[in-house]
Design a protein around this ligand. Structure first.
Ligand code: SF4
Ligand code: SF4
Length: 466
């Protein structure tokens, strides 16, 4: 009997145990005692090992732990036999004392997360000005000279401090635009206040810029670091040819070369993450991006993260002034699994870290994150700003009750979600996607996507570690 961990075979082993969420939240693994007989978790998937037929991969959809077990050991566990060293499987959430208790803990997961509230994470939209004309821009015709006013800017830091709780240790802002680097003075004014107020309250403060990358300059980055800049989140939509079609400068000039040069000039100064948005028609061309980055002497070591996501279809003509209609409307679209597996493979083949499988509660259901629009109105997701029916308060009067408006914990009214082993990996999916498609806040079920991708993602992960 043996579990397998590459060249070191202990009795049981967790080859990956990723239960830490952003903000330090740990997945629920409480009240388990080895004094009682342990049974295999309901929240598990079993997959074949990519190269060894004697090994089974056990993945916990509750904790995202992954272990490799030989088939004989797994058979003993299924018969309920007690095995030496099974504490590791308890730690991974794969052995539990009681299925009913396990389910109760999973159903309480979001509430537990909201009780933690260690990091207050807030998106701040500084204004709508932008120097790009992206074909799928969700701001659509709302773009323009709409900027945060002085009074909003002055009120905002105090409002943020009012949203902290006794356990809060850190306030992290994501500055959005338009293009946030068209609002440098506003960023400095808000950050200066935040640094002072956080220091007085014993909290840490930092911020990220969700930028198109065209205005990055080393001197500016160095200056903004003094104000708490931690990360730049950029978007590059694949290789130059594709990117220049979907994210040109206002006026139509190509932007790819400018962004790549700016990244090159700023590497080592700040964390840079890059996201790329693909469509059903163009994702197969994305690997060309890796060689173009390489030509610019940029590789995995220069990026804190590189991620690809499908473009979400703008809601209607009003929001899609350029007539874009290639966007994704639901996570259950049939082409998505193949695209996601293909791109994950390409990330790995080019030395980039793969996207890990983590619990993904929607920000809407979390108490420790929300969005402030440039006009001081509050929303619960940055992608939903400007939808007036989704305003859930403002920085002068605070939050109103938005339970019904956002259909909080929408999955609770669906029996299939209560019994779903993917609950922690889904929690009803993305409200924004559903809202864009059907104008409701109901679930966008991830089951077909997870059924079609999980095994491939896990096997890719194992191969990358071989
Ligand atoms: S609605 Fe979608 S995009 Fe917005 S926070 Fe939720 S999961 Fe994210
Ligand atoms: S929406 Fe679908 S995948 Fe998500 S928890 Fe419910 S049944 Fe599971």
């Amino acid at each position: 009997m043996a579990a397998v961990l590459q060249d070191n075979p202990p009795t049981f082993a967790s080859i990956r145990f990723t239960v830490q969420l952003e903000g330090g939240m740990r997945a629920p693994l409480y009240n388990l005692s080895l004094a009682s007989p342990m049974i295999l978790s309901r929240y598990r998937k079993e997959f074949p090992h990519p190269t060894d037929p004697d090994i089974t991969l056990l993945f916990s959809t509750r904790t995202t732990a992954l272990v490799m077990l030989d088939k004989e050991t797994l058979a003993l566990l299924k018969r309920g036999e007690e095995l030496e060293g099974s504490e590791a499987l308890v730690d991974c959430g794969l052995l539990v004392a009681d299925h009913a208790q396990e389910k109760a803990e999973v159903l309480d997961y979001l509430n537990e997360m909201n009780r933690q509230h260690v990091r207050l994470s807030v998106a701040v939209v500084l204004g709508m000005r932008c120097n790009f004309t992206c074909t799928y821009c969700y701001e659509g015709e709302k773009k323009g000279s709409f900027d945060m006013e002085q009074a909003t800017m002055e009120r905002l830091p105090a409002f943020l401090m009012e949203q902290t709780r006794p356990k809060t240790k850190r306030i992290a802002l994501d500055f959005y635009g338009g293009e946030p680097l068209l609002y440098v003075e506003t960023i400095k004014t808000i950050s200066q206040q935040m640094q002072r107020l956080c220091a007085e309250a014993g909290l840490t403060y930092d911020f990220a810029l969700v930028s198109n990358g065209s205005l990055l300059r080393p001197e500016l980055i160095k200056e903004l670091k003094e104000y708490g800049l931690d990360t730049i989140r950029l978007t590059v939509d694949g290789p130059a040819e594709l990117h220049n079609q979907s994210r040109p400068f206002r006026g139509g000039a190509p932007s790819f070369a400018t962004i790549v040069k700016n990244i090159r000039d700023c590497t080592g100064l700040v964390n840079i993450t890059m996201g790329g948005n693909y469509t059903k028609e163009n994702y197969r061309q994305f690997p060309q991006l890796f060689s173009e980055l390489q030509d610019a002497k940029l590789g995995p070591e220069h990026f804190a993260k590189l991620r690809f996501s499908p473009v979400i279809q703008p809601e209607n003509k009003k929001l899609s002034p350029l007539g874009f209609h290639s966007g994704c409307q639901s996570v259950s679209e049939k082409w998505l699994p193949e695209a996601a597996i293909f791109l994950q493979d390409q990330l790995s083949a080019n030395g980039y870290e793969q996207q890990s499988i983590t619990p993904t509660p929607c920000m809407v259901d979390r108490d420790d994150t929300f969005t402030i629009h440039y006009d001081g109105n509050l929303y619960h997701c940055p992608a939903l700003v400007g939808q007036e029916e989704l305003i859930c308060g403002n920085i002068d009067e605070g939050f109103k009750d938005y339970h019904t408006q956002y259909d909080l914990q929408n999955w609770r009214k669906h029996d299939k979600c209560h019994d779903c082993i993917y609950l922690i990996l889904c929690f009803g999916g993305c409200r924004f996607m559903k809202y864009r498609k059907d104008h409701t806040m109901d679930i966008d079920c991830k089951k077909s996507f997870l059924d079609a991708t999980l095994e491939a993602f896990i096997q890719q992960d194992i191969k990358a570690q071989m």
